[in-house]
Design a protein around this ligand. Sequence first.
Ligand SMILES: [Zn+2]
Length: 106
Amino acid sequence: MIHFSCDLCGQPLDDRRFEVRLEIVPTFNPEQISEDDLAEDNLQQVAEALQHAEESGNSAIPGSLQDPDDCSAKAFRYDLCPGCFARYAKDPLGRDALRRLNFSKN
Ligand SMILES: [Zn+2]
């Protein structure tokens, strides 16, 4: 028998298991690169950002430049306990958490 545990809090799950299936699908054709993407300005920006990251000793690439080509569809599957499910269902995108983070910065 397969034993599941909650992907959020880690507690073992019995029959009351909630499965979250997430699918992210581009609504455009990722294979079709627009001319804007190939514009020299963009390449220049990327090169400068990379160079800046190296100079500042920070190897982390700014989020917007991470995997610029990765537009492929993605699918995720999570198992949740009833408690985590209730919390997740209220705010699947974590917008409340983001808002709280923004508030704490101010
Ligand atoms: Zn849980």
